[in-house]
Design a protein around this ligand. Structure first.
Ligand code: ASP
Length: 610
């Protein structure tokens, strides 16, 4: 049978092609019958072309058999669509192909869902039949964007003199923050490789090896509890550079992002991104991932408490004071109480129910309550009304002016003996307001650097210090003398790049001095033997003239997700796992044959019924 091999694709034909005989191959996107004439929208990766099978055509019987997603070949002549039938929405909308040959290349069973993402097919079904889901216009567009972003990243990095170097996916299991995925070794019974949580150690070793500028679009694996939008495997644009300081990494990343956004979205980014210290981000937005597409920063309400009459806030500050002193005695400096305020412009109209919904949000983050008052009166003589206003009536003007509020605004407040709670809870209220008030424009991109993170965080449950980022990050020089005495106050040369409220990248200047690295291991509770056994290969490498170095790793999935205006990374990963870390497509994870287990010297111990 004649193959009817395509001569062009379904997005190509225009007015100037009229008269040509062409062969198109693709899928039946839609078929409509109009009094004996059949219109077939034929689709491939490139677009859709209208094919017409005329009344009484020899192809009519075959055409009648066609269903959506049949894979077909059509030969025909390109002609202008009749007047009034032109579709300006379609790039090929001025023409149609008058079929004179048609071949069914493959039939399709009845589809589990139509190829059109607006139908709201359930995620499980979309993932099971991912190849069908991927045929939809939206997925096709996003996968193309992902491809374009990867290409733009490669082009820019290579132009800047970076080498793309692969690192292994079977590595030594090292504690890097999350749980490792392990791969049992057949040749070495009882031993395991780990899949990398990131190429961190290898990229540092590449700097010791003298490669100077490295990047890789790298797959990373973390066995974390399924939560939110996490994926067991995800992709990073992994970058490392030698002989650099923080400024070099920030500038390089700004250049990379600028190129990618210009190239893929034709968007101009500012040449430099806003910068906030970790402290400031917490104080102003209650998070280290602030969404700066809108303002409404948290403000300190502390100065108005003493003269006011609201006992709950006075108590919060007073008991916070006690906690601050206890913590200070233990060497923990970031403690104490706080009362924070948020001005919501023009929302004095909010009902009690709306405020209660905001309060519920604050309580999720452990706030005891959400205090509020409304600004009325005039600019010159503002009045506070409702909620806790009566306790602050005498200071109305001072408060309203101090917070930069206006008549018609709503003021929300959280006080807590732990300032952190006041910040986080009111920050969560701010985020909810951003969503509720429609302030999250997916077409706007608000980048912000978060700098000067603490190097360590204290794990209260397990009573030890942990690395805030990872244990290879450089403590800022001024703290080198006091690392052991006051780990809580040490700031690291760490930086996060945040985009629209998402952590897009994190990185740091690294430790390249083996002695300093050992001190950090010690603070983190690794005894010298354990540190030697786990990281000896790295500290060993550092003994041979390791250069100062640093790096960063923007998440490719998140980057593409935000560029595509989506809120789930599953929308930009071709074959993601579901929220339970399973793949409905190939049914993994799955059991394996006893023989395979035997070869790996493994036996399964069931602790509960499967
Ligand atoms: N390896 C780090 C991470 O995965 C990124 C970096 O420090 O470069 O978060």
């Amino acid at each position: 049978m004649e193959q009817l091999k395509r001569t062009t694709h379904c997005g190509a034909l225009r007015k100037q092609d009229v008269g040509k005989t062409v062969v198109l191959n693709g899928w039946v996107h839609r078929k409509r019958d109009h009094g004996g004439i059949t219109f077939i929208n034929l689709r491939d990766r490139y677009g859709i072309t209208q094919v017409v099978v005329g009344e009484g055509s020899a192809l009519s019987a075959l055409t009648a058999e066609l269903r959506n997603e049949y894979c077909i070949a059509v030969e025909g002549r390109v002609r202008l669509r009749p007047d009034g039938m032109v579709n300006p929405e379609m790039p090929t909308g001025e023409i149609e192909v008058d079929a004179d040959q048609l071949l069914i290349l493959n039939r399709s069973e009845v589809l589990p869902f139509p190829i059109d993402e607006e139908t709201g097919a359930k995620e499980e079904l979309r993932l099971k039949y991912r190849y069908l889901d991927l045929r939809s216009g939206g997925m096709q567009k996003r996968i193309r964007l992902r491809h374009e972003v990867s290409f733009a990243v490669r082009a820019w990095m290579i132009r800047q003199g970076f080498y793309e170097i692969e690192t292994p996916t079977f590595i030594k299991s090292t504690p890097e923050g999350a749980r490792d995925y392990l791969v049992p070794s057949r040749l070495y019974p009882g031993k395991f490789y780990a899949l990398p949580q990131s190429p961190q150690l290898y990229k540092q070793i590449l700097m010791v090896a003298g490669f100077d500028k490295y990047f890789q679009i790298a797959r990373c694996y973390r066995d974390e509890d399924a939560r939110g939008d996490r994926q067991p495997e995800f992709t990073q644009i992994d970058i490392e550079m030698s002989f650099v300081d923080r400024e070099d990494i920030l500038t390089m990343t700004e250049g990379l992002m600028g190129h990618v956004f210009k190239q893929c979205l034709n968007q101009d980014l500012p040449p430099q991104f806003t910068r906030l210290s970790y402290e400031t981000a917490q104080e102003q937005y209650g998070t280290d991932k602030p969404d700066l597409r809108f303002g409404m920063p948290l403000q300190d309400f502390g100065p108005y408490i003493a003269a006011g009459d609201f006992q709950a806030f006075k108590d919060a500050l007073a008991s916070g004071e006690a906690a601050k002193q206890v913590a200070a005695a233990k060497g923990i400096t970031q403690a104490g109480g706080g009362v924070k305020a948020l001005v919501v412009p023009g929302k004095a109209s909010y009902s009690r129910k709306q405020i209660e919904e905001l309060e519920a949000q604050a309580k999720i983050y452990q706030a005891k309550g959400l205090a509020w008052m409304k600004v009325t009166g005039t600019q010159a003589a503002p009045v506070l009304e409702g909620g806790v206003a009566k306790f602050f009536a005498a200071q109305a003007k001072e408060i309203v002016q101090g917070l930069g509020a206006n008549p018609g605004d709503l003021i929300l407040m959280v006080g807590d003996a732990r300032r952190k709670i006041a910040n986080i809870a009111l920050g969560a209220v701010r985020s909810k307001l951003g969503r509720d008030l429609g302030l999250l424009d997916p077409k706007r991109f608000a980048f912000v650097w978060i700098l000067d993170f603490p190097l360590f965080t204290f794990n209260e449950a397990e009573n030890h210090w942990e690395a805030a980022h990872h244990m290879f990050s450089y403590p800022q020089t001024q703290y080198h003398g006091s690392l052991e005495q006051d780990p809580g106050s040490v700031k690291g040369d760490l930086y996060d790049l945040v985009l629209n409220g998402y952590e897009l990248a994190s990185g740091s200047i690294r430790i390249h001095d083996p002695v300093l690295q050992k001190r950090i291991f010690h603070i983190l509770g690794f005894d010298p033997q354990e540190a030697e056994q786990k990281f000896g290969f790295l500290t060993e490498a550092f003994k041979f003239g390791a250069p100062p170095h640093g790096g960063i790793a923007p998440g490719l999935d998140r980057l593409v997700m935000l560029m595509a205006g989506e809120t789930s990374i599953k929308e930009v990963i071709p074959f993601p796992k579901n929220s339970f870390a399973e793949s409905p497509l190939d049914d993994s994870p799955s059991e394996v044959a006893q023989k395979q287990l035997d070869e790996l010297h493994l036996s399964i111990v069931r602790t509960q019924a499967p």
